[in-house]
Write a protein that binds this ligand. Structure first.
Ligand code: PBG
Length: 338
């Protein structure tokens, strides 16, 4: 064996031994700075029409497009696990150019909200507000002259938000990145008497490659072009803060940043700057990467999953929307010292 290089031994100052507090599991638990709790996790659910239907989503193992009755059963399980909320997305039977299904009171999301409200579970009912699941072209607004028309889309989003609030949503989440959408929703909700319905603004939402599996699930891949004309450039941090500032001014109750793991700096900056709850959306592609690697045995699903979620919370998110919500809640129960 090669002889070790003899170093002049420099004594480590007694005060500089952080390893002291890493020695045992009990010590590590005592000094842990970031703890996850099931109550801060929100599970996205994809709702379709019909009864007893479940169509698995290939790129999101364990997730499916489910009918209202199944969504209620799933929410019941999530409530038992202590998960804090569900975020509903609807996939209509028919899509059209103007996305009219978004504000159809008989559509999957309002139907699910009514059934969930009736079930009276201790979970927050949130509904995503966007046109892309409902438009035949897959864009997040109505098209005029080959472009997504911002101002023509606002009244449709507002109408959808009111329909979801009527059906029992506690929170609506506008995700289309239309300018002025939070103000439009707040005004419409208040005018309809829904002064208590909260708005979780997808304030800083990047045009990201990590939404792929979601678009497979929702059939919402744009038929032409992409979303870079309305979603943010992920290169821009100052602009992200400005987006949050605007949403605050427009009346957002919760600010959301998305995707999560590629925006940890934004979460940290937002946490310093704004005194409202901050949410992060751990999006479909982020979870799909984990699932694919775990499937190959390249990553340990549980430890890598908890590490991801902890980093998101450490960066500043108090609420994490994640497809791992159910499993993470289980993992945290098994090992509450985390
Ligand atoms: C709708 C919407 C999307 C996501 C949430 N709301 C898709 C998109 O913007 O293309 C993505 C969520 C995910 O990837 O998990 N506008």
């Amino acid at each position: 064996m090669r002889e070790l290089i003899r170093t002049r031994s420099v004594p480590v100052p007694s005060a500089d031994r952080p390893r002291r507090l890493r020695r045992t599991a009990a010590l590590r638990s005592l000094v842990k700075e970031t703890r996850l709790a099931p109550g801060q996790l929100v599970m996205p659910l994809f709702v379709i029409s019909g009864r007893n239907r479940s169509e698995p989503i290939e790129s999101l193992p364990g997730h499916a497009r489910i009918s209202v009755d199944r969504a209620v059963a799933r929410a019941r399980e999530l409530a038992q696990l202590g998960v804090g909320g569900v975020l509903l997305f609807g996939i209509p039977d028919r899509k059209d150019d103007d996305g009219t299904g978004a504000y159809d009171a008989a559509g999957p999301v309002p139907s699910a909200l009514r059934a969930l409200k009736e079930a009276d579970l201790p979970v927050v009912l949130a509904a995503d507000v966007c046109m892309c699941e409902y438009t035949s072209h897959g864009h997040c607004g109505v098209i005029a002259n080959g472009q997504v028309d911002n101002d023509a889309t606002l009244p449709l989003l507002a109408e959808a938000a009111v329909v979801y609030a009527d059906a029992g949503a506690d929170i609506v989440g506008p995700s289309g990145m239309m300018d002025g959408q939070v103000a439009a929703l707040r005004a419409a909700l208040d005018a309809a008497g829904h002064t208590e319905t909260g708005i979780m603004a997808y304030a800083s939402k990047a045009a990201s490659a990590f939404y792929g599996p979601f678009r497979e699930a929702a059939g919402s891949t744009p038929a032409f072009g992409d979303r870079r004309g309305y979603q943010m450039d992920y290169s821009n941090a100052r602009e992200a803060i400005r987006e949050m500032e605007l949403d605050m001014r427009e009346g957002a109750d919760i600010l959301m940043v998305k995707p999560a793991l590629t925006s940890l700096d934004l979460l940290a900056r937002a946490r310093q700057r704004f005194d409202v709850p901050l949410a992060a959306y751990h999006v479909s592609g982020e979870v799909a990467m984990l699932e694919a690697a775990a499937e190959h045995g390249w990553l340990d699903r549980k430890s890598a999953g908890l590490e991801m979620l902890t980093a998101i919370v450490r960066a500043g998110a108090g609420i994490v929307i994640t497809y791992l919500a159910a499993d993470a809640a289980r993992w945290l129960r098994e090992d509450p010292a985390r």
